[in-house]
Design a protein around this ligand. Structure first.
Ligand code: PEP
Ligand code: MG
Length: 589
């Protein structure tokens, strides 16, 4: 039966494929694809685990004291029966053979399928057997974990590059941590859907950086979509169509082809200089998450990296954080890839929806911090970990010997943070000099993403060489809207007059002070805002490499001088969208 699910459109385009459901079950298991040759050994692992649990349960039953209640033995019978039901391990083996899931993933996927069937049962007694099924499955999973040779993969991290299947796959999950999203950069998934998340949650940002159609905040999505369902993800409207009829499928395939043609046309702009109609040159920089992305940035026509989110180097590694040398190699690699163009490395922005250790966002939100977006995040975290901070600063400084490096400090709100940061930098430089290590002069900039810094921008400008406006957080903190929370996503409004006036003032004051200013939040990569930002005087935009071509097209069609004449009217309007549409012309898509 066809159903439609509505969420938030976060990464444009259309994806069509079979759903791969990452279960949100209590049992946290590894998810990875195996190769075709590994299928039989993987099925054998499943069978061995089942046999081991059979022995376990039989021993338990055998050792029951004589006076144990009869129900206990009957329960073990039920467990043994469930264990040997073809619908469990047998069906899981089919996932292994046909979809190349690893054993743990196959088993938990099958548990999800069966659990839904149990939920729908009329008979209460049978419905309650779901708990038994879960217990049995957990036993098998535990047995799998004990097996020697079990592939050591971090839990919940799909590694998909070695998948040998034919059909396109799309990922459906309740939630995907930004760290796990990184894995998808090399994955086979053509799109994804999550139940939670907002338009500028880091999960959505990474999706956009991969240019993969995505819908987040689909609420019930992972409950309504079943393993292996055919689904269409419409990343432009935020609609997910499950089990579409052939005519709808055909329509979307047509749109897919149109989008592809449009993309190819835009790609031709890659190396065209970005200059407005009135001759104003505009700098198009790239946002990257990993050093490898630098090559993509260059290929997309970026003239530098405006934001290297260095925290992604720290994720997915448990307690084993990258030391100074490892970081240095990563930064050097990005710097060298950019062949002399500037690379702006942001010091770690750990916290909020980017937890350091692998823990669920739920845990982070509810157990570790009352309100992580307002907690120990970004520069606050770095200043609380001075040794780690200095190691990062030394690593960045050392990379500056290999190209143009700039340091960017996230989330500054207090001048005391500025002072401590600059002291840490001075000390890091001294340590390097004492050790005879080479480094060059680096420019230091601040992210303007907390309203306090935007309001008092003049004071901050005195201490920095440049500023970069993080609109994602600036909007979050100005409007008191958690950017990752789908329940308030409708209130997350980049067009809010208060937001626009903070951005406009920051740009004009930075320019008046002769300091560099760019925008590196998602607004910079959205062509709907290009004309407005040009009108505000912005000449440096930093965005995902894939956004460069569409934004460049908007720049090439804009007359910055003419637009700036309308700026004050737009900033004073109660409805800036309407006003911008009328005064700057064209639909703001
Ligand atoms: C921002 O807040 O706009 C920004 C670019 O930083 P991040 O999205 O990584 O918080
Ligand atoms: Mg930010």
């Amino acid at each position: 039966m066809t159903i439609q699910i509505f969420g938030l459109a976060v990464a444009r385009g259309v994806a069509i494929g079979r759903a791969v459901l990452i279960a949100s079950s209590r049992v946290d298991v590894a998810h990875y694809f195996i190769s075709a040759e590994q299928a039989q050994p993987e099925v054998d692992r499943l069978l061995q685990a089942r046999d081991e649990v059979t022995r376990e349960l039989s021993t338990l039953q055998h050792d029951l004291p004589a006076d144990a209640p009869h129900e206990l033995s009957a329960l073990l019978d039920v467990h043994l029966m469930l264990l040997h039901d073809e619908n469990l391990v047998g069906a899981a083996s089919t996932w292994v053979r046909e979809r190349h899931y690893n054993a743990e993933w196959a088993l938990s996927a099958q548990l999800e399928v069966l659990a839904r069937q149990f939920d729908e049962m009329e008979d209460e007694y049978l419905r309650e057997r779901k708990a038994d099924l879960e217990q049995v499955t957990e036993r098998v999973l535990a047995a799998l974990a004990r097996q020697s040779g079990a592939r050591a993969t971090r839990t919940g991290t799909p590694i998909a590059q070695d998948f040998g299947g034919e059909e396109p796959l799309v990922l459906v999950a309740s939630d995907i941590a930004p760290a796990d999203m990184l894995q998808f950069k090399r994955s086979v998934f053509k799109g994804f859907v999550t139940d939670v998340g907002g338009r500028t949650s880091h999960t959505a940002i990474v999706a956009r950086s991969m240019d993969i159609p995505a819908v987040v905040g689909a609420r019930e999505g992972s409950r309504l979509i079943r393993q292996d369902d055919w689904i269409i993800i419409d990343g432009d409207t935020g609609v997910v169509i499950v089990d579409p009829p052939p005519i709808v499928l055909e329509e979307y395939r047509f749109r897919q082809r149109q989008l592809q043609l449009e993309r190819e046309r835009l790609d031709r702009l890659r190396h065209t200089p970005a200059v407005t109609l009135d001759g104003q040159p505009v700098e198009m920089l790239a946002n990257i998450e990993m050093p490898d992305d630098a090559a993509v940035a260059l290929e997309s026509g970026a003239v530098g990296v405006g934001l290297f989110r260095s925290e992604f180097l720290f994720m997915n590694r448990g307690h084993d954080l990258p030391g100074e040398d490892e970081q240095f190699e990563a930064y050097r690699s990005a710097v060298e890839s950019m062949k002399g163009l500037p690379v702006t490395i942001r010091t770690v922005d750990i916290g909020a929806d980017k937890p350091l250790e692998r823990m669920s966002l739920h845990e982070l939100r509810h157990e570790h911090s009352l309100n992580p977006a307002l907690g120990l995040r970004a520069i606050r975290w770095s200043l609380a970990e001075p040794a780690m901070f200095r190691a990062q600063l030394r690593a960045i400084l050392r990379a500056s010997a290999f190209g143009q490096v700039r340091i960017l400090i996230p989330m500054v709100a207090h001048l005391s943070e500025v002072r401590l940061t600059l002291e840490a930098l001075k000390r890091a430089k001294q340590q390097l000099s004492d050790a005879g290590r080479a480094f060059s002069e680096v420019q230091v900039g601040a992210m303007i993403e907390v309203p306090a810094a935007a309001v008092r921008i003049d004071s901050f400008l005195r201490h920095f060489d440049f500023v970069s406006i993080g609109t994602n957080d600036l909007i979050q903190y100005t409007l008191a809207i958690d950017r990752a929370d789908e329940h308030v996503a409708h209130l997350y409004d980049p067009w809010h007059p208060a937001v626009l006036s903070l951005i406009g003032a920051t740009i004009s004051k930075a320019r008046a002070a002769g300091k560099g200013v760019s925008v590196c939040g998602e607004m910079a990569g959205d062509p709907a805002f290009t004309r407005l930002l040009l009108a505000m005087g912005l000449r440096s935009f930093s965005m995902h490499p894939r956004q460069i071509a569409p934004v460049k097209q908007a720049v090439l069609r804009a007359d910055a001088q003419q637009m700036s004449e309308h700026l004050s009217s737009i900033l004073e309007a109660d409805d800036p969208v309407q006003s911008a549409q009328t005064l700057l012309g064209g639909p703001l898509h």
